[in-house]
Design a binder for this molecule. Structure first.
Ligand SMILES: [Zn+2]
Length: 269
């Protein structure tokens, strides 16, 4: 897999871009705060699939709670793998890189989160934001998170979520928040698929040569090495620049308001 930071930044880029184009009629974000929430959720969700083993860095995000959760998801994924595996799918001992790395999971979670947002409104939005921000912090600020530990990660994620809680308009926010979660999971799979290991993205629906859990990956010539030169020197900087550009795009209302204000001041003098 690519590095956690690459996963998180690619999620942020996708989230920022989709937040700008998703029509409000479909539950798309209608304010800058909502757009950033959407992007933050997408960035964190881009690490969520690795919550299927308690060995992963993201499993440490919320200390014992997320470790226990990851262990449970590992077991459930293994159970599902055994239930659905084809004749030629190999025997497995763990569930890592199975169920949470499929389109089935991304789509189910998207619908699940959207249903919660429609039913519970703001508390569901802030809850989703809290969990995904914790994961995003692990990915984006890995060194900081490792130094100060899971309590600091939890505190910062909680603080930021509370700020958003206060910002949000009273009516139900972006119903499409589930879309951000689903997109994050999908872009994680894409990130894993460009490295040599691949992901069983279409499992268990598309049998192929006796296997239902065959892995989608780039041909080895094109695939990149996780944490290698291409990721560090090209992919990482390009994604980061794209993220900065999209943040500025999302904030475009601010410069306009500034020039309007300046124009008014000039007009008066
Ligand atoms: Zn993964």
């Amino acid at each position: 897999m690519v590095m956690g930071a690459t996963h998180a930044v690619s999620g942020a880029v996708l989230g920022l871009a989709v937040a700008q184009v998703l029509p409000p009629d479909w539950g798309g974000p209608t304010s800058t705060a909502e757009a950033f929430t959407f992007a933050g959720v997408c960035a964190g969700a881009a690490l969520l699939p690795d919550l299927d083993t308690n060995q992963s860095t993201v499993a440490r995000s919320f200390g014992p709670a997320s470790k226990a959760l990851a262990g449970g998801i590992d077991e459930a994924s293994l159970w599902f793998y055994r239930l659905t595996r084809g004749r030629k799918d190999p025997k497995r001992r763990g569930g890592h890189r199975t169920l949470t790395h499929t389109a089935l999971f991304a789509i189910s979670l998207a619908f699940g989160v959207s249903a919660l947002v429609v039913k519970f409104g703001q508390p569901a939005i802030v809850g989703t934001l809290f969990v995904t921000l914790g994961l995003a912090l692990r990915g984006l600020a890995g060194g900081w998170a490792a130094k100060y530990g899971w309590l600091a990660v939890t505190a910062v994620a909680a603080g930021l979520s509370m700020l958003v809680w206060n910002w949000y308009p009273d009516e139900v926010g972006s119903r499409a928040l589930g879309v951000a979660v689903g997109l994050g999971c999908a872009v994680h799979c894409l990130g894993d698929a460009i490295t040599k290991e691949g992901v069983p993205f279409l499992a268990p629906f598309v049998p192929w040569r006796g296997r239902r859990w065959w892995e989608l990956r780039l041909p080895s010539m094109l695939s990149i090495r996780a944490g290698g030169t291409f990721e560090r020197a090209v992919l990482g900087p390009v994604l980061t620049l794209a993220a900065v550009g999209l943040v500025l795009w999302a904030l475009q209302g601010v410069p306009e308001a500034l020039t309007d204000a300046l124009g008014e001041i000039r007009g008066k003098s």
